[in-house]
Write a protein that binds this ligand. Structure first.
Ligand SMILES: [Zn+2]
Length: 281
C-alpha cells in the first residue's frame, strides 16, 4: 500500500491537544517583513531590529518607555467632549465619540500624566492616533493646556508627544481655538523659564503642527515621521508644482530648519533627560 493513502478516516484531534501559537506572540515588520517575538519588539522600543522601522504607538506605550518603571499618575482622565455644533457627517458626532470610547477605552485623543523620568519630575502629554485620528478637539486642547499649566504651577518641564491628523472637523472653530489656547499656555510656561520639549511622531499634521508641536524649546522628531501642515495633494494643487522627493518626512523637515534633531526612539528617554539636565537652572 502506498504510504500516502489515508488508512483511517475522520481523524479528529481534540481541541486540548491542538498546539496553536498564542495570538500576538509574533510581530511582523510592515516595512521589511522581518518576524520577531512581540516581547523582543517591545524591548526594542517598538522599533524593527533589522530596518529600524518605528511602529506607531500610543500614550500607554510612550508612558511605559519614558516614565521610570512605567509609573505615572494620569491627570484629568475624565474630560469628555460635548457636541456644541450638533455635528453630523456619516455618523452623528456623539455616536462617533461613543464608538471611539468603547473601541479604545480612552475618553479622547490625548492623555496627560505626571511622573519621574530619570528621577526628575515632569508632565508628559501624549496623543493617541487611534482615537478619531488623533484629532484635536476642545478636550484635547483643554487637557494639553491644563497639562502645561500643571507643569508651570509645580515648576517642572513639559513634554508633548504629538501624533495627529490635525484639528477635529466635527468641532470646527472650537478645534481651531485650541491652537491659540495651547500656544498661550506655552508662552506662560516660557515666561516661567520652564523647558518645553516637543516630540513629533508619525504623523504630525494640520493644526497640531501649526501650534504646539512646532513651539518646543527643542523640536525633536522620530525617524521618517510624516510631518507637515496640509497633505501633499493640497500643497501641489495650491502651488501648482511637483513636490520634491521625501517631502514632509522628518529628514526633509530637519534639513530645511524646522526641527532641531531626529532621535531614535530607543535613545529618546536618555536624550530627553540629557537635554533637561542641560537647561536646568
Ligand atoms: Zn523592519
Amino acid at each position: 500500500m502506498p504510504w500516502f493513502v489515508r488508512e483511517n478516516k475522520g481523524i479528529n484531534t481534540p481541541t486540548e491537544l491542538k498546539r496553536e501559537t498564542p495570538d500576538g506572540l509574533w510581530y511582523q515588520c510592515p516595512e521589511c517583513k522581518t518576524v520577531v517575538l512581540t516581547k523582543a519588539h517591545k524591548e526594542n522600543a517598538y522599533t524593527c531590529m533589522s530596518c529600524n522601522y518605528h511602529e506607531q504607538i500610543g500614550s500607554e506605550e510612550y508612558f511605559g518607555l519614558l516614565f521610570d518603571n512605567g509609573e505615572f499618575e494620569e491627570l484629568f482622565p475624565d474630560l469628555q467632549s460635548a457636541d456644541p455644533l450638533e455635528f453630523e457627517d456619516t455618523k452623528k458626532y456623539p455616536d462617533r465619540l461613543k464608538a471611539s470610547i468603547s473601541k479604545t477605552g480612552m475618553k479622547d485623543a490625548v492623555r496627560v500624566a505626571t511622573g519621574q523620568m530619570e528621577g526628575e519630575r515632569l508632565v508628559i502629554a501624549c496623543m493617541d492616533f487611534k482615537f478619531i485620528g488623533g484629532s484635536m478637539g476642545s478636550v484635547v486642547g483643554e487637557k494639553i493646556s491644563r497639562g502645561i499649566k500643571e507643569a508651570r504651577i509645580t515648576g517642572v518641564p513639559f513634554i508633548m508627544i504629538s501624533k495627529s491628523g490635525g484639528a477635529r472637523m466635527m468641532e470646527a472653530g472650537f478645534s481651531l481655538m485650541q491652537m491659540a489656547k495651547t500656544s498661550a499656555q506655552l508662552a506662560l510656561l516660557s515666561e516661567a523659564k520652564l523647558p518645553y520639549i516637543s516630540i513629533l511622531t508619525d504623523p504630525t499634521t494640520g493644526g497640531v503642527t501649526a501650534s504646539f508641536a512646532m513651539l518646543g524649546d527643542f523640536n525633536i522628531a522620530e525617524p521618517k515621521a510624516l510631518i507637515g501642515f496640509a497633505g501633499p495633494r493640497v500643497v501641489r494643487e495650491t502651488i501648482g508644482k511637483d513636490l520634491p522627493e521625501g517631502f514632509q518626512s522628518a529628514e526633509f523637515v530637519l534639513e530645511h530648519g524646522f526641527l532641531d534633531s531626529i532621535v531614535d526612539r530607543k535613545n529618546m528617554k536618555e536624550t530627553l533627560s540629557d537635554l533637561l539636565r542641560m537647561v536646568k537652572i
